[in-house]
Design a protein around this ligand. Sequence first.
Ligand code: SF4
Length: 312
Amino acid sequence: MKHVFGPVPSRRLGLSLGIDLLTPKICTMDCIYCELGPTTDRRIERGRFVDLDEVLDELKTRLADDPDVDFITFSGSGEPTLSLDLGPAIDGIRAVTDARIAVLTNGSLMTDPDVRKALMRADIVIPSVDAVSMQAFQRINRPHPGLDPEAIIEATAAFTAEFDGKVWLETVIVKGMNDDLQEVARLARAVDLISPARIQVNTVVRPPAVAGTEAVGDGRLHEIADTLGPHAGVIAPPSVQSHPFAGDSAEVIIDMAARRPVTVGDIASALGISPGEGAKIVGSLLDSRRLEVVRHGDLLYYVPIARKGEGS
Ligand code: SF4
């Protein structure tokens, strides 16, 4: 499977199959907290990066193994709205499953009417806004020079007003980067303008692209969520109840870890197995040198051996 991954234990969407319309790592930004490592192709021109028929064939195969997913989610190796195939892919997915469709986006291309039109076909759009001032935007998101945070926020507000589905805004708070009073007040004004159904406040959870990128404490995270209004909340850890996954667990774990560093808990939730069973499979993947361990905060994460040296 090159383009379909998971099931992924999403903190927001339950059990979700991921779709990747990109190749690593194409994005409009190069966020310091990115769990995919550094951006290798930072661009704002949209393009076609994979064969859409191949993507839809992979999805059909994976759905045959695991038909009870809650969501099909566009995410993966960068910014999904960079793909000109996004709209046609959503239509293709609707033809083969009743699962709901979500798009995780950094929102940077909301200023493009064609991108907004493609996103209109989804059920849930989860754009992120981490910064409003250009200084904070550059510090935390390291964007393509063609991007303007205020224009993005206005376009996201226009999209939300028109969209029949739900917009859940996400903001990632990084210690010393966007957690000061002024930037949080600007974020609160942006939230007011966009008026999303939910605001999900997050911090640096997994090993980041840039070493030294730090999470803010739980107390401050909750204070910031309060400032962002009644629809804001701190994202809770995953609590996915799933049935045991029927396919090749080792391959799915490698696949998940290639997308983002995973804990044994993530693996257990995704595959519907006990943490002990998850640890046993991880142990054999460590022994066969397909995975290695990375410590971040108090937790151990697993990444494929090949990923070593890409990030921090
Ligand atoms: S966090 Fe998202 S927007 Fe930021 S660099 Fe990674 S993929 Fe791109």
